[in-house]
Ligand binder design. Structure first.
Ligand code: SAM
Length: 443
């Protein structure tokens, strides 16, 4: 039996599951790896070999930088390793699924994306069904969640009422997404254009691709971030008396054998810009913590858009509420991996600190947040079990067990049900309205 791992840590270890998304029960067409008998990849995307640097190049590049300018922050290391334009982990290949390094909820069961779509629809209606509106997805991966959402909104005859905005840094994944979602696609050569690619779905929804959230047009928007914040660079800070010092990455001077690590962690001697800037909450009890300036920046931008233009934010990720200290880790071939070994060949990630997300979103008093609530609770409250029953009833007998196991994996607290959390953001002006009509899935 094939096995694979999520990136959620339980008791210090990632949990293991069987690879479920292999059946053809979906109404939409998905790759059937068992039948195809080949690598599970996104739709075929050509990458010119000469454009790809080997991970060795990234190691050399990082070493040269450290030797020239001194040790770098963990955030800088993470940014280079994940999104370096030539050899970054996400930039030139498909990293999801059985042949990749990890799998995410939308890839496990269609029920996940369908329930997120129903949530979007129900909360949009609660806010008066403003049209036209935008759906923005941050870091859409293979585009599976977007595809399930487009499918559900098309069933409600809404395809022409909204535009879809994908914020994706990876050229490989943006091409894979467009091939999955769009009937027609066009690359935009003009460097001044706020989007670098556009396309139209078969249902008639216009889709745009942007490098950054700031490039997405200002309008009422539903902003989705599924397993996006965990991929943003984190700084690691360590308390030293009254000072916060920063963990840095240096070249390993003791490397003698090939399998020794090229890099090592060290502690900054004095303040770094981030350890200086970082403002802990009152009575912070942790002596070690992870802090993402980039996550603060994105959440702040999301909140500012939602309070000014109207809209809703939904963040789904593994995370904690300010109690965890040391979650920076790497995954390779569905196994935990040393983040300092062979940079560029493994995913780097850290748990989302939802307390910090809430603190930033509510900073100006114009946003109201709900959650985090556990994924299992959210999906069950959104009617997941009824949808499961319906799918099982309408599927072939040989697929029924797989469909049930997929839903169990998403909702079981011992699997993904508890460590993955849902968190939502609304304009504070609708607070009283939401007291009368509580946010679906959260109560
Ligand atoms: C962990 S994957 C999650 C993919 C997808 N949301 C899912 O759950 O299957 C992270 C995604 O964010 C994208 N990404 C990472 N850093 C980014 C950045 N700074 N700006 C835009 N996209 C980024 C990656 O290319 C990838 O699509």
């Amino acid at each position: 039996m094939n096995t694979t791992w999520s990136k959620c840590i339980l008791g210090g270890l990632p949990f293991k599951w069987h690879f479920y998304r292999k059946c053809s029960y979906k109404a939409v067409r998905r790759p059937n790896i068992e039948r195809l008998g080949r690598k599970l990849t996104a739709p075929q995307v050509e990458t010119k070999q000469k454009d790809i640097q080997s991970p060795n190049d990234l190691t050399k590049q990082l070493k040269a930088k450290i030797i020239a300018t001194g040790p770098i922050t963990v955030a800088e290391y993470m940014r280079e390793v994940l999104t370096n334009p030539h050899s970054g982990y996400y930039m030139q290949r498909d990293v999801f699924g059985r042949e990749g390094d990890f799998i995410t909820s939308p890839e496990i069961s269609q029920i996940f994306g369908e329930l997120v779509a129903i949530w979007v629809l129900s909360e949009w209606r609660k806010l008066g069904s403003p049209t036209p509106f935008q759906i923005i997805e941050l870091g859409p991966g293979r585009g599976t969640l977007a595809r399930d959402i487009l499918k559900v909104l098309a069933q409600f005859k809404l395809s022409g009422q909204f535009s879809m905005h994908m914020v994706e840094i990876s050229p490989y994944l943006s091409k894979a997404q467009s091939q999955r979602l769009c009937f027609t696609t066009e690359k935009i050569a003009d460097e001044n254009s706020p989007h670098y690619q556009t396309g139209k779905t078969a249902g008639g929804t216009q889709v745009y691709w942007h490098k950054r959230l700031e490039d997405v047009p200002r309008a009422f928007s539903i902003v989705l971030a599924h397993e996006f914040l965990d991929a943003l660079p984190v700084h690691k800070l360590q308390r030293d008396g009254k000072l916060w010092k920063e963990v840095l990455i240096d070249v390993n001077p003791n490397k003698t054998k090939d399998d020794d690590l090229d890099f090592r962690y060290i502690i900054s001697q004095a303040h770094t810009p981030i350890s200086h800037l970082y403002q802990p909450i009152q009575n912070e009890r942790r002596d070690f913590l992870e802090y993402s300036l980039e996550s603060d920046r994105i959440v702040s931008m999301m909140a500012e858009r939602i309070e000014t233009d109207g809209g809703i934010g939904l963040i789904v990720d593994y995370g904690h509420f300010g109690e965890k200290s040391d979650t920076f880790r790497a995954y390779k071939n569905h196994r935990l991996h040393d983040p300092l070994r062979a940079p560029g060949t493994a995913d780097l990630t850290a748990d989302v600190d939802f307390r910090q997300v809430m603190r930033i979103a509510e900073k100006h008093g114009k946003i109201i947040c709900f959650g985090p609530v556990e994924q299992g609770s959210f999906l069950n409250k959104m009617g997941g079990e009824a949808r499961l029953e319906q799918l099982v009833t309408n599927s072939l007998p040989e697929n029924q067990e797989t469909i049930k196991s997929g839903y169990k994996m998403l909702t079981d607290p011992a699997q993904m049900g508890a460590c993955f959390k849902f968190f939502s953001i609304f304009p504070a002006v609708v607070k009283e309205h939401l007291e009368k009509f509580p946010v679906s899935g959260f109560f």
